[in-house]
Design a protein around this ligand. Structure first.
Ligand code: ACO
Length: 332
């Protein structure tokens, strides 16, 4: 893709997030599959993850995060022109989760649609909405990353069930003053590697049947090692592209917020970018991998912990199923 054009400037003016109250610890998982707290912490950094109950769907978490982002931005539901929900775990195939959120929050003037880019959904969504604001079809946009991955996890498969968690994060986008907001957004994909991380059944390829259920095809399947190698290479490359667009080096980033998939992927990416870990925000130990929700939850937590402050130049980067990957450089 061609470089992002930061003029007129568009940026994040409000952030909010939500996660289910219930925590699943590594010790809880030891009772379900052949694993150990030690193995999970050493290989992933994850200690706990939030897990939704039966009544808590993706749209419930998304709507809660959206309300908080609107309150933070001082925006009413009627002012929202478009809602984009990045998710791999919609409430159902249709209507879209974005439409469910639209109804729930009362955004009666908004267009609404879902965006399928797995863990990169929030960054893809930022770019889609920023483009709409720049072309004048929209003034105020709501982008949400929301997941209830626990509902598509196979709690008999130790190679995946220890990695993921549930949650949602949202951001309000509007025109901002010159020199602020999104300075670059980069997005890429490689569908030839799609087999490495997928949910095989439930679509037109393998519609739901008794057989697909018996074969456990409605759960995440992943080739972890291959995902790991591609993630580090792709995330490093696309942050460099973004920095190049802006004409700055890694040393001029105040904070890197990487997709929270695995502490080893995060550390390897930071090392390749020559960024000290003090400049890298990490909450994977408490949330696990929340896919599209990971970056907006981290943005919200970074801000409430004081790690993200006005005036800072922040790089966010994600990688996910597809494969898709993307980066955004944002001055707050
Ligand atoms: N507990 C104990 N042992 C386990 C577990 C577990 N939960 N899972 C796998 N093992 C075993 C394997 O069976 C294997 O045993 P074997 O040697 O007897 O065959 C051994 O541990 C090593 O397995 P590897 O897969 O080689 O372990 P690795 O060091 O690669 O770690 C992991 C696995 C954590 C999945 C890693 O590959 C990884 O993090 N990959 C990236 C996954 C990821 O983050 N995906 C999401 C990113 S994209 C997105 O967010 C959608």
């Amino acid at each position: 893709m061609a470089p992002y054009l930061p003029d007129p400037p568009v940026g994040i003016v409000g952030i909010g997030s939500d996660a289910p109250a219930q925590l699943l610890t590594n010790h809880d998982l030891e009772k379900l599959v052949e694993t150990s707290d030690e193995w999970i912490v050493e290989r992933t950094g994850i200690r706990t993850r939030h897990i939704a109950d039966d009544k808590t769907t993706t749209s419930v978490l998304a709507s809660n995060a959206a309300r908080r982002a609107m309150a933070d931005a001082g925006v009413t539901p009627e002012e929202i022109d478009v809602i984009v929900v990045g998710t791999a775990t919609p409430d159902m195939l249709f209507p879209s989760t974005a439409c469910l959120v639209q109804a729930e929050i009362g955004a009666r003037n908004a267009a609404a649609f879902d965006l399928a880019a797995a863990c990169t959904g929030f960054i893809y969504g930022l770019n889609v909405i920023a483009g709409m604001i720049r072309n004048g079809t929209c003034e105020t946009g709501l982008v949400i990353g929301a997941e209830t991955l626990s509902k598509i996890l196979d709690f008999q498969d130790r190679t995946t069930c220890v990695l993921f968690g549930d949650g949602a994060g949202a951001a309000i986008l509007k025109r901002v003053e010159n020199g602020k907001g999104l300075l670059s957004v980069r997005m890429l994909s490689d569908g030839t590697l799609g087999d490495m991380l997928k949910l095989p059944a439930g679509g037109s390829l393998h519609p739901a049947t008794h057989e697909t259920v018996d074969l456990r095809l409605h759960y995440i399947k992943m080739s972890g090692n291959n995902v790991f190698k591609s993630a580090v290479k792709s995330m490093t490359g696309i942050v460099r592209q973004g920095l190049n667009d802006v004409g700055i080096g890694p040393g001029e980033i105040d904070l890197l917020i990487p997709h929270q998939a695995n502490i080893r992927i995060i550390e390897a990416t930071a090392k390749k970018l020559r960024l000290p870990m003090e400049k890298v925000f990490v909450n994977v130990h408490r949330f696990g991998n929340t896919s599209a929700a990971s970056i907006p939850i981290a943005l919200d937590e970074a801000r409430s912990q004081g790690a993200l402050q006005d005036g800072m130049t922040v790089a966010v980067v994600a990688f996910g199923a597809g494969f898709t990957w993307g980066s955004a450089i944002h001055r707050f």
